[in-house]
Write a new protein. Structure first.
Ligand code: ATP
Ligand code: MG
Lengths: 308, 254
């Protein structure tokens, strides 16, 4: 079953911007899906339409087979939404925000309190439950919005840049958390500007640029499409000049560092065999650039050139 | 889907909101009314003769209570919904499966709740200054509630259109206050020249003040059934208009 189906979605804002141009998008139930794109590409607009916060200009949206125009309440019941910007009442206590949200979904107050406790504990906010939301730190506010989005047990969780401004440790724990949520059967759609986040979490991605889908593929397929990898090798001993290994262009960027361009389809074994034969020991290896980042930049650039 | 729970949640949230800031919401009307009673009722009023057969202070009690109810039910709806727009927590409701009429009903009941709390408080204050007896409980209560429903609706509509904090005080200052002051709170329209008596009949607040005065004292400048028809007519019209605004997403959806 499809968790989300979007056909020919159009959005022109009243004051001009043509934010979405006939977008088509499908997300399978159970997927962990990344919607990527540069600033102003139309990610939040797409999500806003799915969540009934933005009026679409044309097109159709279906969530678990329910049409947004025909059965808006069923669509809404399926979705949990974590917005890009803080949108709670800053003067309300943390627990009340979550309990009220449950109430809006029709969950009676005693049950809502029980669920709010669960969600707040899961997101490590239980100790802050009586504080006004404005007194939370930025990362805690993000977690509060995630707790609020989960309180009605949505089948589809949509997160618009959930880890913006969150420290590395909490970001990692949020990744684990989202992983669990997804493993327990919730479909997750996420936008982010941290591409390593998308790479480590998501199974499928779409890249949106200037209101159009520039690319839509499985993550592993997308990564395979990278034409070449740019590797940085750290060596145990300094070398005076770049070694030569057949088929692998190598340059020396420092006494103990080499850069290797690995052509598409090549294994790494011959490279290491060649280096070992010359007595060069490699201590560690990393990608010069995040692979997805590289791909992303290429795609956006191509799409721009293509549209121009 | 259980709309009752959503409605309850909205009302509880609204009541908690104005209770948390009771010093700004509930206390001021009590103080203002007490001042009105001291100045107009006791100091000046004692030098005035009777109005419609009542001591001046007794004559103005119903109007003052109703004025507090009007101002507060309006203020609650306008500031609460405008704040929800401004802080974007209105989105919490928009993403949830709640029909528009339930959202509207929630805000209206929040306004009524504050109107009633303040109204009761002002009534208690007025008991210190005049011998309040109630002519008809049914009419008093009905006018009390219907008036706050009407003005909560009006406040809600004001909030939908408001784009700044200034916008939520313009209507109360330039429309609401003049209408209440000229709506016969402090005088019987019999005192006015014929032209202004006629003109006053276009002021909806006049009907509410008089119906309320009838409920408390048993006197009114206008027929009670006319008053009820007019109040109900306004409620229906404003409710329909507010629903239309919500459906279109005016001021809340782009
Ligand atoms: N409420 C609005 N009114 C008018 N134009 C808007 C509104 N919201 C977004 N836009 C415009 O629509 C386009 C898409 O914006 P959107 O917020 O969807 O981008 P985004 O992909 O989420 O970007 P970011 O990564 O910066 O969050 C932009 O040109 C933006 O200026
Ligand atoms: Mg965005």
């Amino acid at each position: 079953m499809k968790a989300l189906e979007i056909h020919n979605l159009e959005k022109t804002y009243a004051n001009g911007p043509h934010a979405l141009r006939r977008i088509d998008l499908e997300v399978e139930e159970g997927d962990f899906f990344a919607l990527l794109g540069p600033n102003g590409a139309g990610k939040s607009t797409t999500i806003g339409i799915i969540c009934s916060l933005v009026n679409k200009s044309a097109g159709a949206v279906e969530v678990f087979g329910n049409d947004l125009d025909l059965a808006p309440e069923r669509v809404k019941s399926c979705i949990g939404y974590v917005p890009q910007e803080f949108n709670f009442n800053p003067f309300e206590p943390v627990a009340e925000i979550v309990i009220n949200q449950a109430g809006y979904y029709g969950i009676p107050r005693t049950e809502a309190k029980r669920r709010a406790e669960g969600c707040l504990k899961q997101l490590e906010l239980w100790g802050k439950r009586e504080e006004q939301a404005r007194d939370l730190s930025g990362g805690m506010k993000r977690r509060l919005m995630i707790a609020r989005a989960l309180v009605h047990h949505p089948r589809l969780l949509i997160l618009d840049e959930p880890t913006a401004g969150v420290d590395i440790e909490i970001r990692r724990s949020m990744w684990d958390f989202l992983h669990q949520i997804n493993a327990s059967g919730t479909t997750v759609i996420l936008t982010t500007h941290y591409l390593e986040e998308a790479e480590s979490l998501c199974r499928n991605i779409a890249i949106i640029n200037d209101g159009e889908i520039a690319e839509r593929a499985a993550m592993h397929e997308m990564l395979r499409r990278l034409h070449q990898q740019d590797l940085v090798l750290d060596l145990r001993e300094p070398v005076d000049e770049a070694p030569v290994v057949d088929g692998y262009p190598i340059s020396r960027t420092g006494p103990c560092t080499l850069e290797v361009l690995v052509p598409p389809g090549h294994d790494l074994n011959p490279l290491f065999d060649g280096l070992s034969a010359q007595g060069i020991q490699v201590l560690s290896m990393r990608n010069k650039q995040n692979r997805l980042e590289q791909l992303f930049l290429n795609m956006v650039k191509n799409h721009r050139e293509h549209s121009a | 889907m259980n709309y009752w729970v959503a409605f309850q949640t909205l009302v509880i949230k609204e009541i908690l909101r104005f209770s948390r800031i009771w010093v700004q919401t509930v206390l001021p009307p009590a103080i203002t009314t007490a001042l009105y009673f001291v100045i107009f009722g006791t100091l000046i009023g004692s030098r005035l003769g009777e109005m419609d057969g009542y001591r001046y202070i007794d004559f103005i009690v119903p109007g003052l209570i109703l004025m507090a109810v009007i101002t507060n039910s309006y203020a609650n709806a306008v500031s609460s919904f405008y704040q929800a727009k401004f802080q974007r927590n209105v989105e919490e409701m928009l993403i949830a499966p709640i029909p528009h009429w339930v959202i509207l009903a929630g805000y209206v009941c929040g306004g009524v709740a504050r109107g009633v709390v303040v109204g009761v408080l002002v009534t208690i204050v007025s008991m210190f200054f005049s011998d309040l007896s109630i002519h008809s409980y049914g009419i008093t209560l009905a006018v009390f509630v219907l008036t706050s429903v009407l003005f909560a609706l009006a406040g809600f509509i004001n909030a939908v259109y408001a784009n700044s904090f200034d916008d939520i005080s313009i209507v109360p200052t330039f429309v609401l206050t003049p209408l209440t002051y000229l709506g016969g709170v402090f005088y019987s329209i019999d005192l006015l020249p014929p032209f202004w008596q006629e003109a006053s009949l276009f002021n909806p607040v006049l009907y509410m003040v008089n119906a309320f005065r009838y409920g408390l004292l048993g006197v009114s400048d206008i027929p009670i059934s006319t008053a009820f028809h007019i109040i109900l007519g306004f409620i229906v019209a404003l409710f329909a208009f507010a629903l239309y605004l919500l459906k279109k997403g005016i001021g809340i959806k782009s």
